[in-house]
Design a protein around this ligand. Structure first.
Ligand code: SAM
Length: 293
């Protein structure tokens, strides 16, 4: 079980979180440098000693605290979750925002945003500076998201109940949007005990997934796109990111399929102590002009 320290919450510091956790019976485990080095090479990360009260910082994403799984951990009683100072977030689900890396003041579209775990993560990365246009076509989920944004002290988000595919890339409002986070509906096959998705449904999902990426690429200032799913199926992952540039060969986007240099695609599974997840980053090609002088 992972939790992110939400630096947007008033007065939150690492020391304050640590004190609060100690008061609620948690014990911070500090691995040795050797343990950390070895763990960084293993995708499964650190191996803490036994004891359900133990928590530690994730070796790959030190901004995440790692607790025992749900039901075995003390975290359920920690008030800091109600106050929005600590936010539960799966390790893999933190990858897209980290890959996208929106700077302070960025203009961002989160196209499939609800319930907003990645939206609030980006807002924290941007220190609430800039703007995140957060769309979702499901009104109920969007409502939940709005409550969560308030609880997490997020102020730079403009939520809208809209289908991202119907948002015009010509609209002046989005003229300066450079960063796009695309986390569309998927089969959720990377989560536990999901029923098998029927082939026709899978085709429909893949179609929407590709359309969402293609649509983002049409926005005039688009520079970076993080695409993700919690699916383990190639049809929703590698096949989607492989297909997109072929459908729009004139677009000047580099792609990093699994086949030749997959450095911008990430897959995770339960073996990595997180869910089955896929994340790919598209970066608009920059033309470098080299001068000999
Ligand atoms: N990004 C969210 C988060 O981190 O909490 C989770 C998103 S969930 C996997 C997928 C969401 O995409 C659903 O809420 C669904 O309603 C929305 N969605 C799918 N296609 C969409 C589209 N074309 N436009 C807007 N929302 C869409």
């Amino acid at each position: 079980r992972y939790a992110r320290i939400n630096m947007l919450a008033p007065g939150v510091t690492w020391g304050q979180v640590q004190r609060h956790l100690q008061e609620t019976g948690h014990i911070f485990w500090r691995p040795s440098l050797k343990e950390k080095r070895e763990a960084a090479r293993r995708s499964a990360g650190l191996k803490p000693p036994d004891g359900k009260k133990i928590y530690y910082r994730d070796v790959h994403l030190p901004e995440l605290l790692v607790f025992r799984p749900m039901g075995q951990s003390y975290t359920e009683d920690v008030e800091m979750f109600d106050e929005g100072a600590l936010v539960f977030q799966q390790k893999a689900s933190a990858f897209p925002a980290i890959a996208l890396d929106p700077p302070r003041g960025a203009q961002v579209i989160d196209a499939c945003a609800a319930p907003g775990s990645k939206t609030s993560q980006m807002a924290a990365m941007m220190c609430n500076e800039g703007q995140i246009f957060a769309f979702d076509r499901d009104g109920r989920r969007l409502k939940t998201m709005m409550t969560l944004m308030q609880q997490r002290h997020v102020t730079c988000v403009e939520p809208a109940e809209k289908d991202f595919l119907k948002i015009s890339f010509k609209d002046a409002k989005y003229r300066n949007v450079t960063h796009f986070l695309l986390d569309p509906s998927c089969s959720s096959s990377g989560m536990t005990a999901q029923p098998l998705t029927k082939p026709a449904e899978m085709q429909q999902l893949a179609k929407n997934q590709k359309e969402v990426i293609l649509h983002a690429m049409r926005f005039p200032s688009c520079q970076r796109i993080a695409y993700s799913t919690c699916s383990v199926h190639e049809q929703e992952n590698e096949e989607v990111v492989q297909d997109v540039p072929q459908q729009k060969p004139s677009l000047d986007f580099s792609r990093h399929p699994l086949f030749a240099g997959a450095e911008r695609c990430v897959r995770s599974s339960w073996e990595d102590q997180t869910i089955g997840f896929f994340c790919a980053l598209f970066v608009k090609n920059e033309i470098l002009i080299l001068s000999s002088s």
